[in-house]
Ligand binder design. Structure first.
Ligand SMILES: [Zn+2]
Length: 140
């Protein structure tokens, strides 16, 4: 089969895939809300623009799509059928940026939790993990 997509079309296709990947974020938001925690969204000015920010506690949660942010799970190891090298490079940049953001945040005294897309499928486990993260106050 001939790959007849223009780069712009392909980019749109991949963007559509990416926006699907935001549903794990909704799952996390709903859960955190149901647990009674208040948060702010996509706080700009913080490294990496964390998805959920708990200002008073200085805690931040990132929700990462396994494919886009290169999780060590099967989905994170997928290789795209077309333009593999381009997308691999993009994903590697994402992962590198994530590492840097986490480092900068923790240097500034923030506690950071990364929730992976595949982990949002087990709500009970996710509730435990997020609960433990948010309930503990940072020790000196
Ligand atoms: Zn994963």
């Amino acid at each position: 089969m001939v790959d007849s997509l223009t780069p712009a079309q392909r980019s749109r296709n991949m963007a559509a895939i990416r926006s699907k990947d935001t549903s794990p974020e909704m799952a996390v938001r709903r859960l955190v809300h149901s647990m009674g925690f208040r948060y702010r969204l996509h706080r700009r000015g913080l490294p990496g623009t964390p998805d959920l920010v708990f200002c008073a506690m200085k805690k931040a949660i990132f929700v990462h799509g396994c494919f886009w942010h290169v999780h060590s799970c099967p989905r994170g190891k997928l290789t795209p059928a077309t333009n593999a090298r381009f997308w691999q490079a993009k994903r590697a940049r994402n992962a590198e940026r994530d590492r840097k953001s986490r480092k900068l945040l923790s240097k500034a005294g923030w506690k950071v939790l990364t929730v992976w897309e595949c982990q949002t499928k087990d709500e009970q486990r996710m509730r435990k993990r997020i609960g433990a993260f948010l309930a503990s106050w940072p020790r000196k």
